[in-house]
Design a protein around this ligand. Structure first.
Ligand code: NAD
Ligand code: DAU
Length: 336
């Protein structure tokens, strides 16, 4: 099978490429990635030289680049991981989110239609359903996004569904809960807090949002879910990908502090995220009935992740550079 993967230099895309090339010796992958601040060729360095793997630097919103790449590679499937993904950055500067997550998704859909690609999988998020104090979102729940990030993802997802209803384009949508694990850019809570603690810095916990809940899945279990959907999912369908492992931000923070032998004085309460969603939670029975289930326990996966960051200091230290520091300072200054 030939698989065209967008955003494969990011966190989840790079894990997925390594996963499917490892599992299927006969598969070929084209990684199409713009290499934004979050895209990093170090994440796929070990795949260079593998004859089954190729990389093209390109923007999913660039019609010509997308069509040329799909026409030449002739994929059996396109999996769209590419996106602007960080909620805080979307609050700060929404424009790139709209271009990539909406126009980029539309551009890929057009190419899929024109070149009759047999499968398109949209990697999306539980955030499109909005926040809920209790209960779980099913695939039938309506969209109620809060941030410019989730609104952009919802826009892209609606377009994906429209291509199924209007053109019978062979699409599948997925909505996942929060991922964590190796190669996550150190701006999300788990990767930021682990690396800050290792650097001897404080961890910025959003005050007022410290009891907010997230459902967490280890990225390898997400890879296995997408692999399962790629092979057994049905066109036109939507699948939630959830682990059932929910934890409040404050409890997650304390768990990380324990794993890294740091005290609670490391916690620094900072201004809350505007429009901060309290809780996301997914009913993922539909995918479980199709035959997938997560393998990792949250405790084991979190400990594994901490060990990975400890062993890959050079990788994340390079990313926490001057631009990174400038962005963080500016973000908190603006919120004061
Ligand atoms: P990431 O920010 O680590 O990586 C995104 C990748 O997309 C980067 O390599 C970047 O260079 C690339 N990219 C961005 N704009 C592009 C463009 N215009 N053209 C081509 N490439 C572009 O993201 P991630 O955390 O790996 O998330 C991957 C996908 O999964 C996203 O669609 C995200 O919305 C979705 N998702 C993420 C999570 C999570 O917890 N991280 C949970 C659910 C869904
Ligand atoms: O739910 C899936 C989504 O998970 C994905 O679609 C997004 O791409 C991904 O970024 C993630 O969004 P969140 O906003 O849930 O993740 P983040 O790690 O940014 O924040 C998790 C929680 O931690 C949230 O309640 C805000 C809080 N937080 C986050 C950061 C970065 C802090 O308290 N301090 C921080 O510095």
């Amino acid at each position: 099978m030939k698989v065209f993967i967008t955003g494969g230099a990011g966190f989840m895309g790079s894990n997925f490429i390594r996963f499917i090339l490892g599992k299927y010796p006969g598969y070929e992958v084209l990684n199409f990635d713009k290499l934004t601040y979050a895209g990093n060729l170090e994440n796929v360095r070990d795949l260079e030289g593998d004859a089954r793997y190729q990389f093209i630097k390109g923007d999913i919103a660039d019609e010509k680049a997308v069509k040329d790449a799909i026409e030449t590679f002739k994929p059996d499937a396109v999996i769209n991981y590419a996106a602007e993904t960080h909620v805080d950055r979307s609050i700060h500067a929404p424009r790139d989110f709209i271009f990539t997550d909406v126009i980029g998704t539309y551009t890929l859909l057009e190419a899929v239609r024109e070149f009759n690609v047999a499968r398109f999988i949209q990697i999306s998020t539980d955030e499109v359903y909005g926040s809920t104090p209790q209960g779980k979102f099913s695939e039938e729940s309506s969209f109620n996004p809060s941030s410019p990030y989730s609104a952009s993802k919802a826009g892209g997802d609606h377009m994906v569904m429209a291509y199924w209803k209007t053109y019978k384009a062979p699409i599948i949508r997925t909505h996942s809960c929060n991922n964590f694990g190796p190669f996550q850019y150190p701006e999300k809570i788990i990767s930021l807090f682990i690396t800050n603690i290792l650097e001897g810095k404080k961890v910025p916990l959003y005050q007022g949002g410290e009891k907010n809940m997230r459902e967490w899945i280890y990225v390898e279990d997400h890879c296995r879910a997408i692999d399962h959907i790629l092979h057994y999912g049905e066109s036109g369908e939507v699948y939630n990908i959830g682990s059932g492992d929910e934890i409040a931000n404050i409890d997650l923070t304390k768990r990380l502090l324990r794993l890294l032998h740091a005290g609670e004085e490391v916690i620094e309460y900072v201004t809350d995220r505007p429009g901060h969603d309290f809780r996301y939670a997914l009913d993922s029975n539909k995918l479980r009935e199709l035959g997938w289930a997560p393998k990792w326990s949250f405790e084991e996966a979190l400990a594994e992740t901490v060990e990975w960051y400890k062993a890959h200091e050079a990788w994340w230290k390079k990313l926490k550079n001057k631009d990174f520091e400038k962005y963080y300072t500016q973000q908190y200054e603006e919120r004061k």
